[in-house]
Design a protein around this ligand. Structure first.
Ligand SMILES: Cc1ncc(C[n+]2csc(CCOP(=O)(O)OP(=O)(O)O)c2C)c(N)n1
Ligand SMILES: [Mg+2]
Length: 381
């Protein structure tokens, strides 16, 4: 046996870029020309002043809700994981603002922004973080498992990439039922190498499912930069499946809407799946337990905060358009803080689930015996 081959390879064989945020060249596979000014894209030009202010308000509410939840976590009111979306708000708000009644959303564990963007109230969301019975998942799901089926919001999933085949399934259902809708299946840049993601890509392309795989590329999966973990342009992998793909800047809510609008139309009208990679950034650590001082520099975070913050950028745009004043912006911010404080009070005052509640919401059949159709034996019977 040649033992030489077991010798550790010199580290210089694998030069690992440290503290280097990978920048990708913006490209798109579709032939349509991108408008130079995204505010002028038809989907944005059609917005009323009130609708534009609403987009801004939703982004601010997400930010203040999460800042409030972080304080509650630090005050030991919240346990378990808490993955903050701060910095990524324009992605969820831009995408979800395009939803029609037959469009669906599913995402990973960084799910607070999407929940607020689809219209969930802050009280049950905060209560869920506190593990209270008034939470949207009755206090049994926590931060990673927000759900609102009535709003076509299918969670909130903790297994990296696990939601992606489910998203393809949502699209399958929409098509099967003959509806003109689509599923937006969100994932992080860390999910793109999961086998299940590629299985979903394959079936979506093969069966022409109206699903848009949205990669929220914030540059890191936990403490590993994209440059160290993934080869090539993430959205371009669509070409291997003959799918459409595109990329856009996630700090600009207008650009997100203009880009996603094109792919949603493809899904709605031709049942065409696509991969869209949205460049974004999270200011906080992977979760609030992440000390966040080993894999990126403070300067990098500050650069995003100061120059690429989606809320500040949109505020500037709306001020320049004359649809927002400094005074209205300040009022929106104040209201979002008050609403978040109120949600924390609501959560605090709510009861915890009881010990008996542990038996429910495990199997649908057990909770709905009259509607049960299968003859299968239930695990706890
Ligand atoms: C299958 C699986 N492997 C590993 C983990 C542990 N894990 C949780 S989050 C995460 C990083 C994912 O990063 P990314 O997809 O970029 O999402 P982001 O946190 O940036 O939103 C990992 C590896 C997991 N939850 N599931
Ligand atoms: Mg990531």
């Amino acid at each position: 046996m040649n033992r030489a081959c077991f010798r550790a390879l010199p580290t210089k064989t694998f030069p690992l870029p440290t503290f280097k945020r990978l920048t990708v060249t913006k490209k798109t596979s579709t032939t349509a020309e991108k408008p130079v000014n995204f505010a002028q894209a038809p989907i944005n030009a059609a917005l009323t002043a009130a609708q534009k202010v609403d987009l801004f308000r939703t982004m601010v509410r997400i930010r203040r809700f999460e800042e409030r939840s972080l304080r509650a976590y630090q005050g030991k009111k919240i346990g378990g994981f808490l993955h903050l979306y701060i910095g990524q708000e324009a992605v969820a708000v831009g995408c979800c603002s395009l939803m029609g009644k037959d469009d669906h959303v599913i995402t990973a564990y960084r799910d607070h922004g999407h929940a607020i963007a689809v219209g969930m109230e802050l009280n049950p969301l905060m209560a869920e973080l506190y593990g209270k019975a008034t939470g949207c998942s009755k206090g049994k799901g926590g931060s990673m498992h927000y759900f609102a089926p009535d709003k076509n919001y299918w969670g909130g999933h903790g297994i990296v990439g696990g939601q992606i085949p489910l998203g393809a399934g949502l699209a399958y259902a929409v098509k099967y039922q003959g509806k003109k809708g689509a599923a937006m299946a969100f994932m992080g840049d860390g999910a793109v190498n999961q086998g299940a993601v590629h299985e979903a890509y394959n079936l979506a392309a093969l069966w022409k499912l109206p699903v848009i795989f949205v990669i929220e590329n914030n540059g890191y999966s936990m403490g590993t930069s994209q440059a160290r973990s993934s080869a090539g342009t993430l959205a371009k992998r669509a070409e291997g499946y003959d799918m459409a793909w595109g990329q856009c800047n996630g700090a600009d809510v207008y650009e997100v809407r203009a880009t996603m609008d094109r792919f949603l139309k493809l899904a709605h009208e031709k049942h065409e799946p696509a991969i869209v990679e949205i460049d974004t950034y999270r200011y906080r650590g992977h979760s609030v337990a992440d000390p966040d001082n080993t894999y990126r520099t403070k300067a990098e975070i500050e650069e995003y905060r100061n120059n690429k913050d989606p809320i500040q950028l949109f505020q500037k745009t709306l001020l320049a358009e004359g649809v927002l004043t400094e005074a209205t912006a300040a009022k929106i911010d104040e209201e979002a803080r008050a609403e978040s404080d109120h949600a924390a009070d609501f959560a605090e005052a709510s009861p915890f689930p009881t010990a008996a509640d542990i038996q429910t919401d495990v199997y649908w059949e057990a909770d709905h015996p009259a509607e049960r159709k299968s003859q299968g034996r239930l695990f706890f019977e």
